[in-house]
Design a protein around this ligand. Structure first.
Ligand code: SF4
Length: 439
């Protein structure tokens, strides 16, 4: 098989892995923060990575994966020198700025990791490649190999794959929770030790300077958003993860514990989880504030912050001229940047609505939740208008297959076909009435 055919197969097989952004990379003096998937550097720059598998042969049989041993797909593998050569040639032509390397498991986790390490060593040592590298750690690999790959890559990730041990046993019988958690823990510890050493010895080797990430598949197993978000929150705290990626399950085969093959990927649900994740990392929300065992899934009509606001109306209105940043950040329409602008600007006098608008506060939403020098309002004044302003416009473009996940959400009913625009609007109108009653 020629190299081009291998590349086509192995880039195609890698597309299901979502965990590939590259924020936070920093190798001073070198070509840094490079991220054919797109990633974002710490400064917000969009970078491109060659996203590829070492091989799509795999001895494991994870039922949700297109590369599982029982799958009838075309198989191939790169040799380490082929992949290193290909990467450096693309890099020199400016097609890519870095590499995202994962692999199916050949022989055993250690052998697979050794093959990946050989690619990275060739790139770093023979080709003097200092672009960004994101490498997967194979669960079950020995700590020494995790250490070696951490000293070569900018970012590492170990995929947690499924939100519970029970689902892991059912759908990925060859994987064990401990084999996933152990390298995560090691990366967290070695990463922090490396940062401390760098303070003392400026030339100390860097261990995964862009930290670690993980990926969870959403919709392949029955866990609720509440369970997923709690798990993500715990992993952020325990293992200092940079990111948790949520990947909507794309049916790749039949298994009686998986959704039927004609199920559409739950993209709206994935979107809500990313929004909630952002609230955990940037707004100081706790997972338990956003969902509870009684309401375990996100509302399809509202983003998680608006949903929280509607369910906590007793905490509003917030006075923009007095409230601390933490309270401002809870207001729909105020984000970290506009919140900080408010704190600075109000030192010079009481703020009015026109000034808030200039600070990029989204007044369409915030007006129902704030008081300002010339504004006293509460959502109670016009409940329906408040709800209408909060409803996520993306709901209108979402197909029924995505929203069906929420059909059990109390009070919202079953949604109609997305092709039927009139019915979609009708369902949204019903939701407006229902949500207005909540206020
Ligand atoms: S280990 Fe599981 S998820 Fe990874 S490539 Fe093999 S079958 Fe797919």
């Amino acid at each position: 098989m020629d190299l081009m055919e291998k590349l086509t197969i192995l880039t195609n097989s890698a597309k299901y892995d979502a965990a590939c952004t590259s924020s936070g990379a920093d190798r001073p003096g070198k070509t840094v923060m490079a991220g054919c998937c797109h990633s974002f550097a710490a400064d917000g720059r969009c970078i491109s990575l060659l996203k590829v598998l070492m091989t799509n042969f795999c001895i494991y049989d994870c039922s949700y994966c297109v590369n599982r041993v029982s799958s009838d797909c075309q198989r191939t593998a790169f040799t380490p020198s082929e992949l290193a050569e290909l990467t450096i040639q693309f890099y020199r032509r400016n097609y890519i700025e870095g590499l995202f390397l994962s692999s199916g498991i050949i022989r055993n986790p250690d052998y697979t990791m050794e093959q990946m390490i050989m690619v990275l060593e060739l790139l770093r040592r023979r080709h003097n490649f200092w672009g960004y590298i994101h490498a997967k750690v194979i669960p079950g690999a020995s700590p020494e190999l995790v250490r070696r790959i951490g000293l070569l890559a900018d970012r590492l990730s170990v995929n947690i794959e499924l939100p519970s041990e029970r689902s892991l046993k059912l759908l990925a019988p060859n994987k064990e929770k401990l084999a996933i958690i152990t390298p995560m823990k090691q990366i967290s510890i070695e990463g922090s030790q490396s940062k401390q050493e760098l303070v003392v010895y400026k030339k100390a080797p860097q261990f995964a300077p862009a930290g670690q990430a993980t990926q969870m598949i959403i919709g392949a197993s029955p866990e609720t958003d509440y369970q997923i978000l709690n798990l993500a929150s715990a992993m952020y705290k325990k293992y200092s993860l940079k990111r948790v990626f949520y990947s909507a399950y794309i049916p790749t085969g039949a298994h009686n514990s998986l959704p039927s093959p004609d199920t559409k990927p739950p993209l709206l649900r994935e979107h809500r989880l990313y929004q909630a994740d952002w609230l955990l990392r940037q707004y100081g929300f706790g997972a338990e504030e956003l969902l509870s065992p009684e309401t375990p899934n996100f509302n399809p009509y509202l983003d998680p912050k608006c949903n929280w606001a509607i369910n906590n109306m007793h905490l509003f209105p917030v006075d923009v001229n007095r409230a601390p940043l933490e309270e401002l950040l809870r207001v729909p329409g105020i984000g970290p940047a506009s919140g900080r602008r408010i704190i600075i600007a109000r030192k010079n006098g009481r703020l009015r609505m026109a000034e808030l608008k200039r600070m990029r506060v989204v007044l369409k939403r915030a007006q129902y939740f704030i008081t300002a020098a010339d504004w006293i309002a509460g959502a109670g004044a016009n409940k329906e208008a408040a709800v209408r302003a909060l409803i996520d416009p993306k709901v209108y473009s979402a197909g029924i297959e995505q929203l069906l996940l929420f059909e059990d959400t109390p009070g919202y009913g079953k949604l109609p076909s997305a092709q039927d625009a009139a019915s979609v609007s009708e369902a949204v109108e019903e939701a407006v009435v229902c949500l207005a009653q909540t206020l």
